[in-house]
Ligand binder design. Structure first.
Ligand SMILES: [Zn+2]
Length: 268
């Protein structure tokens, strides 16, 4: 887990060409590369990948409807809608929208997805403020439920727990759940992000940023999972997972065989 967090932070800061917030600092070429279509696929259990090549979106399906985590860029929304349909699910069955964090590349598409689905938007208190205000590249939207640290969103047979891990944004939220495949229960973490895209020293907009990062790092060190996922596919080697799932029988390792000390951070 630690190895992945360090790698994910590094990739988040440099590897994807991410030059920080706001959107104006991104070139149109980088943005187009992020938004390149990616064939949706079944990840594990009731979790499906429905995002683009460089920005994630996850569909968690249950007998009572679905949950969508993240909406990509504003221009990713229609792609997510198409990906959900391509997998045989319906956008109108999405009951809850969740967000890793209120940045344009993960929340920019949420307003449009909400309009198309009428789903209930759930966000942490401090990111809810940013979502409600919006920005030039992140259309404002109504947040229907503010979720506190440790609280859970329940739908059908699935529970998703919010862990507020601030720093990357003030309300950055890491979500966890358990999913079942072939009779085995796997723990899943949807890591928010810890890459540094904001000023750490003299940040008058966010004076507690360093203390928040320190607390978040300590906390994430205590969390482990069977499956590690995140807001950018480069954080979790999505292509390898897609290739595995394309096999007649993807060799998913048993629960508990990942995490620190195992040499690998994920079972798939
Ligand atoms: Zn971000």
């Amino acid at each position: 887990m630690l190895r992945w967090l360090a790698l994910a932070s590094l990739i988040g800061a440099v590897g994807t060409g991410y030059r920080g917030w706001p959107a104006a600092s991104q070139t149109s070429g980088e943005r187009a590369a992020w938004n390149r279509p990616f064939q949706p696929f079944h990840l594990i259990g009731n979790i499906h990948y429905v995002g683009a090549t460089g920005v994630s979106a996850f569909l968690i399906t249950t007998p009572a409807g679905s949950v969508l985590l993240d909406g990509g860029l504003p221009e990713t929304a229609s792609q997510i809608a198409g990906n959900i349909a391509d997998l045989g699910f319906r956008l109108s069955d999405v009951k809850y929208l969740l967000n890793s964090h209120a940045h344009f590349d993960h929340a920019g598409g949420l307003a449009e997805v909400k309009r198309l689905s009428s789903a209930m938007m759930v966000a942490s208190d401090r990111d809810a403020q940013a979502l409600r205000s919006g920005s030039p590249d992140m259309p404002a939207l109504v947040v229907d439920r503010v979720i506190r640290d440790g609280e859970t969103v329940r739908l059908g047979d699935t529970a998703l727990t919010a862990h507020v891990t601030p720093g990357h944004t003030k309300g950055c939220t890491t979500w966890t759940t358990t999913t079942t495949e072939r009779g085995r229960a796997y723990t899943v973490i949807f890591y928010c992000s810890t890459s540094v895209v904001d000023r750490l020293v003299g940040n008058t907009q966010y004076p507690e940023i360093v203390a928040d990062y320190e607390r978040t790092f300590s906390r994430l060190r205590t969390m482990s999972s069977d499956v590690f996922l995140g807001p950018h596919p480069a954080f979790f080697d999505m292509e390898a997972k897609r290739q595995c799932r394309a096999l007649p029988k993807c060799p998913i390792r048993p629960p508990g065989s990942s995490g620190m000390g195992s040499g690998r951070a994920t079972v798939i």
